[in-house]
Design a protein. Structure first.
Length: 152
C-alpha cells in the first residue's frame, strides 16, 4: 500500500521544522523500501468532483427557473445558466460587440478557476437556489460540506 504524506511550507520560517519532520518520516519509510521526495507548488486548480457537482446544480436551476433572454422569460439550458452564474461571480465583466450586433461577455471560464473560486461559484448557485426555493437533486446535494471547507 502506498501512503503519501504532504508537508506544506507557506513561510520561510516553516522550512527547517518541515525538513526535520520530513527527515523523521523518510527514516521510518525507508525501512519498508525506497522513498520518493517531490517538491512542487500546491495544486489549487478546481477538482473533477467540483465539476461533477456543478452540472447537477445547473440542471436543477434550469428545470425550475426561467431566465430573461432577449426580453422574454424562457426555460434556458444549464449551459446558459452556467454563463449567468459565472459572470455574476466576476466583479467586472469584459464585453465585446458581437459580429452581428448584440453583446458577448468575455473571459468567464470555469476551467481557469481555482478551487476556492469554484467553491464560491457553487455557493453563489446555492444562494440563488435558496432565494428561488430550488429543490436540489441528490447529486447536487452530495458532498456540499466539502466545497464549503475548500473555500475556508
Amino acid at each position: 500500500m502506498t501512503k503519501e504524506i504532504a508537508l506544506r511550507i507557506d513561510r520561510q520560517v516553516d522550512i527547517v521544522p518541515r525538513l526535520t519532520q520530513a527527515e523523521v518520516l523518510i527514516g521510518k519509510g525507508i525501512q519498508a523500501g525506497p522513498v520518493e521526495v517531490i517538491v512542487r507548488r500546491p495544486n489549487d486548480k478546481r477538482t473533477l468532483d467540483q465539476n461533477k457537482k456543478l452540472w447537477p446544480m445547473l440542471s436543477d436551476v434550469a428545470r425550475q427557473c426561467t431566465l430573461i433572454v432577449d426580453g422574454e422569460s424562457v426555460k434556458a439550458p444549464a449551459e446558459d445558466w452556467k454563463e449567468v452564474f459565472t459572470n455574476a461571480l466576476r466583479k467586472h465583466q469584459r464585453v465585446a460587440k458581437g459580429l452581428d450586433g448584440g453583446l458577448v461577455f468575455l473571459g468567464a471560464r470555469t476551467s481557469r478557476m481555482k478551487k476556492a473560486e469554484f467553491a464560491e461559484l457553487i455557493e453563489l448557485i446555492y444562494a440563488y437556489g435558496a432565494e428561488q426555493n430550488i429543490r436540489w437533486s441528490e447529486p447536487a446535494l452530495k458532498a456540499y460540506q466539502d466545497y464549503r471547507e475548500v473555500a475556508a
